[in-house]
Design a protein. Structure first.
Length: 136
């Protein structure tokens, strides 16, 4: 049995769980972008098809980083919420759109929606963001 490898995997898993526990949700109506309020941006996929609307962002206050965009799909009978990693996305201010380099099928669905999945960003989180020592 490789206990060194198992220990390393367990440590990495614990670091990931700790990082996820720090994540907070900020409603898009409270975030100003060059294209207006974040919750006014449509999400366009690689083919420039409208796949939804941005609802907010998920941040890590201690690391001072946005981790995900949260968007709601435009499905006819059942809207769904998705997490979109920050990296493959650009804001198009002129067209009030968020262009993403992903398909809806590639994204993590939020079963209960962002407000139930992540605690809201608070004044304490702001203090953490301002004064915490970054780890990288």
């Amino acid at each position: 049995m490789n206990t060194v490898g198992s220990g390393a995997r367990l440590a990495e898993s614990m670091r990931m769980e700790s990082a996820e526990a720090r994540l907070r949700y900020i409603d898009g109506s409270k975030v100003q972008t060059p294209g207006g309020l974040l919750d006014q941006l449509d999400v366009l996929n690689q083919e420039d098809s409208n796949v939804g609307r941005v609802e907010g962002i998920v941040v890590d206050p201690a690391e001072r980083q946005v981790r995900y965009f949260v968007f709601k799909s435009r499905r006819p009978f059942r809207a769904r919420h998705y997490l979109l990693p920050l990296a493959p996305a650009t804001i198009d201010a002129e067209n009030k759109a968020l262009h993403v380099d992903a398909q809806t099928d590639d994204l993590a669905e939020l079963i209960d929606g962002p407000a139930k999945t992540f605690p809201p960003f608070t004044d304490d989180d702001l203090l953490t963001a301002l004064f915490a020592t970054r780890t990288h």
